[in-house]
Design a protein around this ligand. Structure first.
Ligand code: FCB
Length: 509
C-alpha cells in the first residue's frame, strides 16, 4: 500500500514537472497567425494602388516613425505572398488572418473605380490559402483609410457608412470562398489614437469629441455591412463580425471605488465599441459619465452621440463571433473628479492606470500577465451572454538580437495555459487563437524596431528573407498536437523524478 501511494505521488510530481498545463485544446480548435496589409504588403504605389492615411503620414512627417522608417516595401508580401502561405502551411496552421488595403482595391476609396490588379492580389492570396487548406480570416479595415476619404472627415463623417458598405460589397462579391470576415480591427485604436489623442494616423487630437463620434460612425458602418452580408448574400454561409482590443483592468485594491473604477475602464475601453453590437446601445456608465460632465462643461447635449431606437435595434446582434485581441493588463484605481474647465476622455473615465512593479515586462515595457487574458475572457463571457470568442491577436516582442526567442515561447506557454483554464474552468467558448504575428513587420509608429514575428525578416536585404525563430517550431507543434509543447528541460526533470521514484520505491522499501 505504501509503495502504491508513493508511486502515485512520484507520478503526479513527474507530470507536474513535465507540463504547466496538460490539457488539450478542444477538437476543431483553430490555431493561426495574423498580419495586416499596411504592415506587410509594401508596394505602396504599385499597380494602381491609391494613397492611404499611413502613406501620407510616413511620407509627410517621417519623424513620426521611429528611425524614419516607412512601409513602402515592408515585408514585400505583395510580391512574396506565396512564400508567406508556404510558411503558414509548414506550421500546420488552420487559418491566416490578413487585412485588405482599401486603397489597393479602390484607389480613391470610392467604389466607382475598382483597381483590377489590386483585387487580383487578394483573390490570388485566397486561392493560394485555400489550395493549402488554410482558412482566410479577412479584416476589411485595419487602420489604412484611403486619403481622399480622410480629406472629407474620415471616421467622423456619417457618409462613411455608405462608402464602407460599398467597399465591403466589392470584397464580399469577389472573395466568395471566405468563411471568416471582420469589418474593423480594434476600433478603439482607430478612434482614441487616431481621433482623440492623435498618436496614430490621421493624428487628429479632438479629445472627448471626435473619439466619441468615431465609434458612433464605426458601429453603424459595421452593422450595415453585417446586414448586407446576411441579406444580399444568403448563399454565403461565412461568419461576419468585428475585432476588439481588450486589455484587462484589474482593481488596484479591493475597495469598492477601485473595483468600480476597473469595471468603468472596461466599459469605456471595450464596452464603448462592443455594447452597441452585443447588447444594444452604449454602456450605461459611459452614457452617464459623458452626459454628466458634458452638462457641467456647458454643452447643450452629451459629447457622446445618442443612438435612435431604430439605430439601437439595427446595430444590436450584428455578430457571428467576437474577435478579440489581447496584449497586457493594468491596475485601475479610482481618482477624484477633475474640474470642468477642460474636456477629455480621461476625465470622463476617471481612472488611474498603473502597473504592479513585480510584473515581468516585455522589451517594450508591456507587463506580461498571463492571468489577465483569462479574466478578460471571463468578463466578455459574463458581460455579453457567452458569445463564441475567436482570439484574433496575441503576442509579445523580442529584442531582435536572436532567433532563440524564449521570451515568446514562455509568453505563449503562460497565455495559452490561461486560455485553456478559461475554456475548461470558466467554460468560455473560445474557438480559435491567432498569434501576432507570422513575421516581424512594420509596427506602426514603432517602425521596424518591434519584433513580433515567429519569423524574422531581414529588412536591409532587398529580398526580405524570412528566417524561423525558435518559437515557430513551438507554435507549429502546438497547432499539430493541440497541446502546449513541453520543453526538453521539463521533460528531463520529469524523467529524473520517475527514475528517483522507482529507485526509492523498489530499493529502499
Ligand atoms: C495591435 C494591432 C496590430 C499590431 C499589434 C502589435 O493593436 O492590431 O496591427 O500592431 O497590436
Amino acid at each position: 500500500m505504501t509503495r502504491f501511494l508513493l508511486c502515485c505521488c512520484f507520478i503526479a510530481l513527474a507530470s507536474f514537472a513535465q507540463a504547466e498545463n496538460n490539457k488539450t485544446f478542444p477538437d476543431g480548435f483553430m490555431f493561426g497567425v495574423a498580419t495586416a496589409a499596411y504592415q506587410v504588403e509594401g508596394a505602396w504605389n504599385e499597380d494602381g494602388k491609391g494613397e492611404n492615411i499611413w502613406d501620407r503620414m510616413v511620407h509627410t512627417d517621417p519623424s513620426s516613425i521611429t528611425n524614419n522608417d516607412t512601409a513602402d516595401v515592408a515585408c514585400d508580401s505583395y510580391h512574396k505572398y506565396k512564400e508567406d502561405v508556404e510558411l503558414i502551411a509548414g506550421l500546420n496552421l488552420t487559418h491566416y488572418r490578413f487585412s485588405v488595403s482599401w486603397s489597393r482595391v479602390l484607389p480613391t476609396g470610392f467604389a466607382n473605380e475598382i483597381n483590377a490588379k489590386g483585387l487580383l492580389y487578394y483573390q490570388n492570396l485566397v486561392k493560394e490559402l485555400k489550395a493549402r487548406n488554410i482558412e482566410p480570416v479577412v479584416t476589411l479595415y485595419h487602420w489604412d483609410l484611403p486619403q481622399p476619404l480622410q480629406e472629407i472627415g474620415g471616421w467622423t463623417n456619417p457618409n462613411m457608412v455608405t462608402y464602407f458598405k460599398e467597399y465591403a460589397r466589392v470584397m464580399i462579391e469577389n472573395l466568395v470562398g471566405v468563411q471568416y470576415w471582420a469589418t474593423f480591427n480594434e476600433p478603439k485604436q482607430v478612434c482614441r489614437a487616431g481621433y482623440g489623442v492623435g498618436s496614430l494616423a490621421p493624428r487628429i487630437s479632438s479629445n472627448g469629441i471626435a473619439d466619441y463620434i468615431c465609434p458612433y460612425i464605426i458601429v453603424k458602418s459595421h452593422a450595415e455591412v453585417y446586414h448586407m452580408y446576411k441579406n444580399d448574400f444568403p448563399d454565403l454561409k461565412g461568419k461576419m463580425s468585428i475585432v476588439f482590443d481588450g486589455q484587462w483592468a484589474e482593481p488596484a485594491s479591493n475597495s469598492t471605488a477601485d473595483t468600480e473604477a476597473a469595471e468603468r475602464k472596461m466599459h469605456f475601453e471595450f464596452g464603448l465599441y462592443a455594447n452597441p453590437i452585443f447588447l444594444g446601445d452604449w454602456p450605461q456608465v459611459v452614457k452617464d459619465r459623458v452626459s454628466f460632465r458634458s452638462e457641467k462643461e456647458n454643452f447643450t447635449r452629451s459629447r457622446l452621440p445618442e443612438f435612435t431606437e431604430d439605430e439601437i435595434s439595427t446595430i444590436n446582434g450584428t455578430f457571428d463571433y467576437l474577435g478579440f485581441n489581447h496584449y497586457y493588463t493594468r491596475l485601475a484605481s479610482d481618482v477624484e473628479e477633475e474640474d470642468f474647465d477642460d474636456i477629455g476622455y480621461d476625465r470622463d473615465v476617471r481612472v488611474l492606470s498603473t502597473e504592479d512593479p513585480s510584473w515581468e515586462k516585455s522589451p517594450n515595457g508591456n507587463p506580461i500577465v498571463p492571468w489577465g487574458i483569462r479574466k478578460t475572457l471571463k468578463w466578455i463571457k459574463d458581460t455579453y451572454g457567452n458569445p463564441e470568442i475567436f482570439i484574433t491577436e496575441n503576442g509579445v516582442i523580442d529584442d531582435g538580437s536572436t532567433l532563440e526567442d524564449d521570451i515568446r515561447i514562455d509568453f505563449y506557454k503562460g497565455y495559452l495555459s490561461s486560455v485553456l483554464d478559461a475554456i475548461y474552468e470558466d467554460e468560455v467558448k473560445v474557438t480559435g487563437f491567432t498569434a501576432w504575428s507570422l513575421m516581424d513587420n512594420f509596427e506602426w509608429t514603432g517602425g521596424y524596431g518591434y519584433h513580433f514575428g515567429l519569423y524574422q525578416v531581414n529588412f536591409t536585404d532587398p529580398e526580405r528573407p524570412r528566417t524561423p525563430k525558435k518559437s515557430a517550431d513551438f507554435y507549429g507543434t502546438l497547432a499539430r498536437t493541440l497541446k502546449i509543447p513541453t520543453s526538453w528541460a521539463n521533460k528531463i526533470s520529469a524523467c529524473w523524478i520517475y527514475l528517483l521514484g522507482t529507485l526509492v520505491v523498489f530499493q529502499f522499501l
